[in-house]
Design a protein. Structure first.
Length: 395
C-alpha cells in the first residue's frame, strides 16, 4: 500500500462499511426540447469511496453539472429522461420517490452551487437560510439552531459571525457568500458533498482560501467530495482521482498523479495546454482549444472530439472509441490515437504536414484563418487527403 493510502486508512473512523459510498453505472440524462433530445450525460460510470475526492473536469457543456444534479435528483420536469444506476450506500437513488429525496438532501448529500448570489435567497437573512436545514432535519429549537449556525459560520471563517447572522446576501462580499453556501451545505454533516465550480467569479486569493476551506472541512468530517470544475489546475493537488468529461461522456479517468504524468486523451492534453503558466512572459497569447463543443442534439459521427483534435485520423470520424484500461493501472481513456503513442505521434505529424488547423494551432501557437469556417469539414477533408496521399505512396 502506498504511503498516502496508509495515511488515509488511519483517518477512517471505525465502524464504517467497506463498500464504496457512491456507485454510478451507465448513467444517462437526456432532455426533450423542441429541437430534439439533448444528450447531456450519455453513459457515465464512476465509483467514489468515503473520504475521497473526485475531480470532474471539462469545458462548459461537457455534462459536469448535469451529472452532479442527476445523482442528487435535482433535474426536475417531465422533459427529463434519466436511466442507468446511481447507488448511494447501496440504495438506488433513481428508484427513490421524489417526495422522499428531501430527507437525503442536506443530511446524506449536499451541493455547493456555482453562483451563491443566485443560490441564496436575496430576501431572506443569512441566519435563517443556515438554520432551516438544521431545524428541519434535527428538530432543534430556534435558539439551539442559531448557536449551531453561528458556530458553522465561524468554522467557515466568516468574520463577526454573530453580526453576519442577521445580514442579507447582498450585504456580503462574493467570497463570504460562497462561505455561507458552504456552511449551508455542511449544516447537517453530509457524507457526500458536490462542489460545483465553487470558485467561479472569485479572485485568485479568495479561490485559494475557499479550496483550502473545503479541504479542511472534508478532512475533519471524513466526507467524500465531487469537485466540478473546468480548470485542471484547481484539482491538481486536491483530488484523489480525476475524470475528464466531453460531450456527456468520460474520455479519460485516472488517479491525479497518473493523469498529469501520463495523460492519453488529446482533450485532456488540450485542457492542460490552455492553463496559463507563470513561467511565460506577460501578454503571451493563451492556447485555446480550436473549434466549439459539439451539438448534443446532433453530435458528430465517431469520436465527439475528432472535429477539434490535432491527432484525428479517418477512423476517428467514423467510429466512437470505447473507454479502455491501461494495463496494470487504474487509468482509462477513450481514444484511437492516444497522446504519447507512436500512432498518435504519426497522426499529429501527418495532420501538421496537411495543415490541419488544429495541428497548426498547437505547433505554431496561433489560430489560423481556417478555424473561422467549418472546422469539422476542414479537418475531415485534410485528414482524408493526408490518408489518401499516404496510401498512394505505399502503392
Amino acid at each position: 500500500m502506498a504511503k498516502s493510502d496508509t495515511k488515509t486508512a488511519r483517518l477512517v473512523p471505525p465502524g464504517l462499511p467497506n463498500e464504496p459510498l457512491l456507485q454510478v453505472k451507465d448513467l444517462k440524462t437526456h432532455f426533450q426540447v423542441p429541437a430534439g433530445i439533448v444528450r447531456a450525460v450519455n453513459g457515465v460510470s464512476l465509483t467514489l469511496d468515503r473520504g475521497k475526492t473526485l475531480g470532474v473536469v471539462g469545458e462548459s457543456g461537457s455534462g459536469k453539472t448535469v451529472l452532479a444534479r442527476s445523482i442528487m435528483r435535482l433535474n426536475l420536469g417531465d422533459h427529463v429522461i434519466a436511466s442507468g444506476s446511481a447507488k448511494f450506500e447501496g440504495k438506488e437513488l433513481l428508484d427513490i420517490p421524489m417526495s422522499d429525496m428531501p430527507d437525503l438532501w442536506g443530511v446524506e448529500m449536499a451541493m455547493v452551487f456555482q453562483d451563491p448570489m443566485t443560490s441564496l435567497n436575496p430576501v431572506v437573512k443569512i441566519g435563517r437560510q443556515v438554520t432551516e436545514h438544521i431545524r428541519h432535519h434535527h428538530g432543534t429549537s430556534k435558539s439551539d439552531a442559531k448557536d449551531a449556525a453561528i458556530a458553522l459560520l465561524k468554522s467557515v471563517r466568516i468574520p463577526e459571525a454573530e453580526a453576519r447572522f442577521n445580514a442579507y446576501p447582498h450585504e456580503l462580499s462574493g467570497g463570504m457568500r460562497q462561505r455561507v453556501s458552504i456552511a449551508i451545505a455542511l449544516a447537517c454533516g453530509p457524507k457526500l458533498l458536490f462542489a460545483d465550480e465553487p470558485t467561479t467569479a472569485l479572485d485568485v486569493t479568495v479561490q485559494h482560501s475557499i479550496l483550502n476551506l473545503l479541504a479542511q472541512q472534508q478532512r475533519e468530517r471524513y466526507m467524500a467530495m465531487i469537485m466540478v470544475t473546468h480548470d485542471l489546475g484547481v484539482v491538481a493537488g486536491r483530488a484523489d482521482e480525476i475524470m475528464v468529461m466531453y460531450a456527456g461522456k468520460v474520455v479519460e479517468r485516472a488517479p491525479t498523479k497518473t493523469l498529469f504524468e501520463d495523460m492519453r486523451h488529446p482533450y485532456t492534453e488540450a485542457l492542460m495546454r490552455s492553463i496559463p503558466k507563470v513561467s511565460e512572459r506577460s501578454h503571451t497569447r493563451l492556447s485555446a482549444i480550436a473549434g466549439r463543443p459539439p451539438d448534443l442534439i446532433n453530435p458528430p459521427n465517431g469520436c465527439s472530439f475528432s472535429p477539434r483534435c490535432a491527432y484525428a485520423g479517418p477512423r476517428c470520424f467514423e467510429e466512437a472509441p470505447p473507454l479502455v484500461d491501461v494495463p496494470g493501472s487504474d487509468h482509462q481513456f477513450a481514444c484511437w490515437l492516444p497522446v504519447g503513442s507512436e500512432e498518435g505521434k504519426e497522426a499529429f505529424e501527418r495532420n501538421l504536414a496537411a495543415r490541419v488547423p488544429q495541428a497548426v494551432a498547437i505547433a505554431e501557437g496561433r489560430v489560423t484563418e481556417d478555424l473561422t469556417g467549418d472546422l469539422e469539414q476542414a479537418a475531415a477533408e485534410a485528414v482524408a487527403e493526408a490518408a489518401a496521399a499516404e496510401e498512394a505512396e505505399g502503392t
